[in-house]
Design a binder for this molecule. Structure first.
Ligand code: CAA
Length: 246
């Protein structure tokens, strides 16, 4: 496989780390962004110990100018971005009648505005070079909704609307744009859900367990090879059978 330059936003998190490692294992040059330099440097050292050489650059995906500087820094370090995984995301759960504007805006800006802010920085280069892979990490809860997640479900559903529009606009430029919709994965984000609530959710998963981060990374990697050139605008569910929409 040709070596490409990949940027995974939020790559130091649970699913992000698995995506970074899998893309690096495929031979790609991989970068991610950070807001907390000390934490990211420690994470980078851990990656190095495990045999992964990952570039880290400062960048806040909620801010357009910061996303611009972040992408330019990646280009300088390892070359123009061929693969973008919009993975950075947060939750601020709460039932809607109790939700405050900050909970709403924090989630929409981190999970959805980020897709505009970061993708806008790489799209011209991909179009010029006639090759690109863009993957949004959405969620099962963008597909089915979730009690306590009006903000998150709205952002995650919005990500797929973004995917299918970009897929159409960029199809003639060798760029595929797809979504991966993870179900409940055993990450800090899901472990933060109160235990009794989480137990009820896990009981609804036909496969009978939470997913593993690498099971999402595998789904992301599926879109990378040249053989996947005809797959664009797709939403790939990876959720243990928890939601079987089509
Ligand atoms: N369906 C119906 N009723 C539900 C419900 C559900 N799914 N979940 C909770 N309720 C009910 C409770 O039984 C309770 O009812 P009673 O008052 O009659 O006892 C009531 O709702 C509680 O409502 P409150 O407004 O008082 O809720 P709260 O403020 O205590 O907290 C919550 C509610 C924050 C939503 C909490 O239930 C929660 O954390 N739920 C999990 C949300 C979730 O799945 N988050 C996913 C995070 S991980 C992630 O997002 C990754 C990914 O992509 C999958």
């Amino acid at each position: 496989m040709t070596t490409r330059t990949a940027l995974v936003t939020g790559g130091t998190g649970g699913i992000g780390t698995a995506i970074v490692q899998r893309l690096a294992s495929l031979g790609h040059r991989v970068a991610t962004n950070f807001r907390d330099e000390a934490k990211a440097t420690a994470w980078q050292a851990q990656m190095k110990d495990q045999g992964f050489d990952v570039t880290i650059v400062p960048g806040d995906v909620t801010d357009y100018a910061s996303a611009d500087a972040m992408v330019r820094a990646v280009e300088t370090a390892i070359g123009p971005v061929d693969i973008l995984v919009n993975n950075a995301g947060i939750t601020r759960d709460g039932t809607f009648h109790k939700m405050n504007p900050k909970q709403w805006h924090d989630v929409i800006s981190t999970n959805l505005d980020s897709c505009f802010n970061v993708t806008r920085q790489v799209i011209d280069g991909m179009r010029e070079r006639k090759w690109g892979r863009i993957v949004q990490i959405s969620s099962i809860n963008g597909q089915k909704g979730q009690y306590g997640q009006a903000n998150y479900a709205a952002a995650k559903a919005g990500m797929h609307g973004f995917t299918i529009s970009l897929a159409q606009e960029n199809a003639k430029f060798g760029i595929t744009v797809n979504t991966v919709s993870p179900g409940y994965i055993g990450t800090d984000m899901v472990m933060a859900v109160p235990e009794e609530v989480r137990a009820k959710i896990t009981a609804q998963i036909p496969i009978g367990r939470l997913g593993k981060p690498d099971e999402i990374a595998y789904a992301v990697a599926f879109f990378m090879p040249d053989e996947a050139a005809w797959i664009t605008g797709a939403n790939l569910s990876a959720n243990g059978g928890h939601y079987m929409g089509w």
